[in-house]
Design a protein around this ligand. Structure first.
Ligand SMILES: [Mg+2]
Length: 195
């Protein structure tokens, strides 16, 4: 088992962005804590369009105020230099992903956004990225900072890394836990060494 593809979550994993989900829910009129994209499936087209405009505006503002998480650029360049493909799997819009990539000079071999496939925790996006990058499940690792990342990876049969400062109830379900991107890099280096 080598390493051919690393799939990254964006917000909170590579990008420190002030995306305020509570504010988005409040503005749309959704109860606290519900997953936003799933809640939109249950409302009418007019309300849905209005809600999507709210989300798009919040995402655009968040990208403008975003910063790369320490080690993100190094890690992506390091993987690329070793011939490992990198991909992005996010519940954000394609427009906000492209804006973030431009702002921070990020390059990925492939990206899946909420317009492309069922959002995480569905494994659809993971499967698409593996096919697009020519990697099998046992050659792929998914790195994320939220429960949905780990669930999507597990459902697709890939190994997962939960990037969390402290272990949590969901992060212990990941294949590995890492405190930061430096620890992620060390872990991935170990996998490449076995290739
Ligand atoms: Mg995240």
């Amino acid at each position: 088992m080598g390493l051919k593809l690393v799939i990254f979550d964006l917000d909170g994993t590579l990008l420190d962005s002030p995306l305020d989900f509570d504010a988005i829910r409040a503005e749309i009129g959704l109860p606290a804590g519900v997953p936003i994209l799933e809640a939109l499936e249950d409302i009418g087209p007019a309300d849905r369009a209005r809600a999507e405009a709210v989300i798009d505006r919040h995402e655009t503002e968040a990208v403008r105020a975003s910063r790369l998480i320490p080690g993100a650029a190094d890690l992506l360049a390091h993987l690329r230099g070793r011939g490992v493909k990198t991909a992005l799997l996010t519940r954000n819009s394609r427009a906000s992903v492209e804006a973030a990539a431009r702002r921070h000079s990020l390059v990925f071999d492939a990206a899946v956004t909420r317009e492309d496939h069922e959002p995480k925790p569905s494994p659809q996006g993971v499967r698409h990225l593996m096919a697009a990058c020519g990697a099998r499940a046992d050659e792929t690792v998914l790195v994320g900072d939220f429960r949905f990342d780990i669930e999507a990876g597990a459902a697709a049969g890939v190994r997962t890394v939960a990037v969390v400062a402290q272990p949590t109830a969901w992060s212990v379900e990941a294949t590995w836990q890492a405190a930061d991107l430096k620890a992620v890099r060390a872990l991935l280096d170990g996998l490449m060494g076995k290739a």
